[in-house]
Design a protein around this ligand. Structure first.
Ligand code: FEO
Ligand code: CA
Ligand code: CA
Length: 695
């Protein structure tokens, strides 16, 4: 293939190297074949060590369940900035004070769906419809989506591609009838988006315009009716590669982030590789810049380049042909990659606001960030670095949350302490067999500590005295303090009911391979195809530097003989689950898990699952929905009080081509018929609402 045929030039040679986890196309486009390349973490930091004398947490010893968190109410219910703040205050959220409870969202689990089925499957008594689809016009001057006549100008005014993190926040004073929907757009699949004959320059320009973020207003007739988006609404906004972001915190202005185009090192254009995210108690949205490396050509020779997977090969999308900053070998642009890999904060209620990138939260392949307010008022964010054998992080704000002072609260993530997690198991190493079999004490569990990287604005990393370096090269800094190498931390989410923190370790097929770390109690399976969930209990306030932990589940399909663990719940009574990715809670404390990669794990379509966390049914997994062919399930929002659920359907029909599509989700235009207005005969990543048929 020649360069002029654009998208296929650098993709096809990489196909077939996915190690059976997900579609080769997804691997190439989403994470630049991270799993087929060398593991970025070649450090010999002190691996997980089993410690037989686990110390019981002070909180556990005192019988504390949930008292460590101030737990401002947000997340499971529809919130607005005002309501989020008003429901806060010392103590637990109103919902949490009631403990776990019965959900209004009752359903009978669906049967697992075959991975080849191109359908969106919901439980009996429920139906679904898209809230917004790739190409839907956002602004009054935006044209309707025209699949066969796409332009970059149109795409910049329409909903972007491959939605991942989503949340819905109520607009104050709207009596529940108006809200804003935030969605990010992780990456594009040009092969199914555009005809093969499209000029490569157009492919690059339209693809670029389909990245970024979207905020769009929603409306509904009343609380029982489904949401629809409002074209031309006042809060609607697309964030593009040309949108300026303010870099905050210790790295702002640093020589490490200055470029020819931004000699001040404070203003960054665009956000890339946005994966999951989080919603703050003050009504802003966080989004994680994850596989940013796939957008840059770099020398690929420095320790920093190697640790972040930056190489000198042409990128999949070849934006380097249009903009010199995407090739950091160009003079003046050497630092451009240091300007990506951050947590982004967006105010969806102010379309004129400047979004931020928070350097104090460290730079790595951020899956997302989820925030809880500690009893002390400090804001704590939990963050995963989604790469094989990379780490789990925690940020503690220097300032404290002030109820009702949104302007102040929006500064909290700009300054604080950064930690990385080290786990110790309490069972003898010989009992961690690598199969996932539970050790003799009946649980995968132990203690842990948060190892300091930056405290009080001072580096805690031996041999790395510069805070700016610790925050720009956070992976290299962490390597020096000996954290635990994890099986790809995706969402890390604190429960506002208990303060416990849940970590989705999605998979790691390299664990136990020659030369690689083998099974440990917290990552207990070699060739970890299906992933697991870690449950962390902080020792005291959420800002504590010590914790206890246990595994909530070791995923898989028990019916096929997979070794699994569901906290003691009978394995023959769970929905099979593989590759946990995004996490959410409902209003009564149940955990919901969306998956990415199940087809190559348990051989079934990805989906959304409810997990009971308390009582006799703790560990019970019930599948709520399944997504169409080749898609992953992202961005779950559980509004159980309204008996409705939202998910972002990402990369449906990923393995097809424009001329031979494999999915027609969500329009499903029948063969031989003319598409209705606004519909097309191609897969469209979409945010979907699932609701009762009697709604
Ligand atoms: Fe974009 Fe970590 O999944
Ligand atoms: Ca144990
Ligand atoms: Ca993800």
């Amino acid at each position: 293939m020649s360069v002029s045929s654009g998208r296929k030039f650098s993709l096809l040679p990489m196909l077939g190297h996915t190690k059976g986890k997900r579609s080769p196309v997804t691997c190439a486009l989403k994470c630049d074949n991270a799993c087929s390349g060398e593991v970025c973490n070649t450090s010999s930091n002190s691996y997980f060590r089993d410690i037989a004398s686990a110390t019981m947490s002070r909180r556990a010893a005192l019988g504390f369940g949930a008292a460590g968190a101030l737990a401002v109410a947000f997340g499971s219910a529809i919130i607005s900035p005002e309501s989020a703040v008003a429901d806060g205050g010392p103590g637990l959220s109103a919902a949490a004070k009631n403990g776990y409870g019965a959900s209004k969202l009752k359903f009978t689990a669906i049967a697992p769906v075959d991975a080849a089925v191109d359908a969106f499957t919901v439980p009996e008594g429920f139906t679904w419809q898209p809230v917004i689809r790739w190409g839907d016009p956002i602004f009054n001057d935006a044209p309707d989506f025209d699949l066969d006549n796409q332009t970059a100008a149109a795409q910049a005014r329409q909903f972007g591609y491959n939605n991942d993190y989503t949340d819905i926040l109520e607009i104050p004073g709207s009596k529940g009838r108006r809200a804003v929907l935030f969605t990010n757009h992780e990456y594009t699949n040009e092969t199914i988006m555009f005809p093969a004959a499209m000029p490569a320059a157009d492919v690059r320009a339209i693809g670029a315009a389909a990245h970024g973020l979207t905020v769009v207003e929603l409306e509904r007739k009343n609380k029982n009716k489904p949401w629809t988006y409002v074209k031309g609404a006042g809060l609607n906004r697309r964030y593009l590669n040309t949108t300026p972001y303010e870099l905050t915190g210790p790295v702002a202005g640093s020589a490490l982030v200055r470029t020819k185009a931004d000699p001040t090192g404070r203003t960054i254009l665009g956000t890339l590789g946005n994966c999951s995210g989080g919603t703050t108690p003050w009504g802003t949205i966080l989004s994680g810049e994850e596989n940013f490396n796939g957008y840059f050509v770099s020398p690929g020779t420095s320790a920093g380049d190697k640790r972040y997977g930056l190489t000198s090969k042409p990128t999949a999308r070849q934006w380097e042909l249009d903009d010199p900053r995407f090739d950091t070998r160009n003079p003046g642009y050497e630092n451009e990659t240091n300007r990506f890999g951050w947590i982004v904060e967006v105010d969806p209620f102010d379309p004129t606001s400047t979004p931020k990138k928070h350097s104090a939260m460290g730079r790595f392949k951020h899956e997302g960030a989820n925030v809880i307010v500690a009893e002390s008022g400090h804001v704590v964010a939990y963050m995963g670095d989604d790469e094989r054998f990379d780490y789990l992080y925690k940020f503690v704000s220097a300032g404290t949350y002030i109820e009702g002072d949104r302007k102040h609260n929006m500064t909290l993530l700009s300054e604080g302490d950064l930690y990385v997690a080290k786990f110790a198991g309490n069972s003898p190493a010989a009992q961690i067999t690598g199969t996932g079999a539970v050790p003799a004490d009946g649980g995968f569990d132990g203690t842990g500590e948060w190892l300091p990287l930056v405290v009080g604005g001072v580096s805690q990393v031996p041999g790395m005295p510069s805070v700016e370096e610790v925050l720009v090269y956070t992976r290299l800094a962490a390597d020096k303090v000996g954290p635990t190498k994890m099986d790809r931390c995706e969402d890390v989410q604190p429960s506002l009911h208990t303060g416990k923190v849940y970590v989705a370790c999605t998979n790691n097929s390299d664990r136990g391979k020659t030369g690689k770390e083998g099974a440990t109690e917290v990552n207990p399976r070699n060739n970890n195809r299906d992933g697991h969930i870690v449950e962390i209990t902080e020792t005291g306030d959420q800002t504590a530097t010590a914790f206890t932990w246990n595994l909530l589940m070791v995923c898989g399909d028990p019916s096929t003989g997979d070794v699994t663990y569901f906290s003691g719940f009978p394995a023959d009574q769970v929905s099979p689950i593989s590759c946990p990715d995004n996490l959410a809670f409902d209003s009564v404390g149940n955990l919901w898990i969306s998956t990415d990669g199940a087809p190559s794990g348990i051989g079934k379509a990805d989906g959304l699952f409810k997990v009971t966390l308390d009582g006799a049914e703790r560990g019970r997994v019930e599948q709520f929905l399944a997504v169409p062919r080749d898609a992953e399930t992202c961005g779950p929002i559980i509004h159980d009080e309204e008996r409705t659920v939202f998910v972002a359907v990402q990369h449906p029909g990923e393995d097809g081509s424009f001329e031979a599509q494999l999915s027609l989700f969500p329009d499903y235009v029948p063969a031989g018929s003319t598409p209705a207005a606004g519909q097309v005969r191609a897969p469209r990543p979409s945010v979907v609402q699932v609701f009762r048929t009697d709604a």
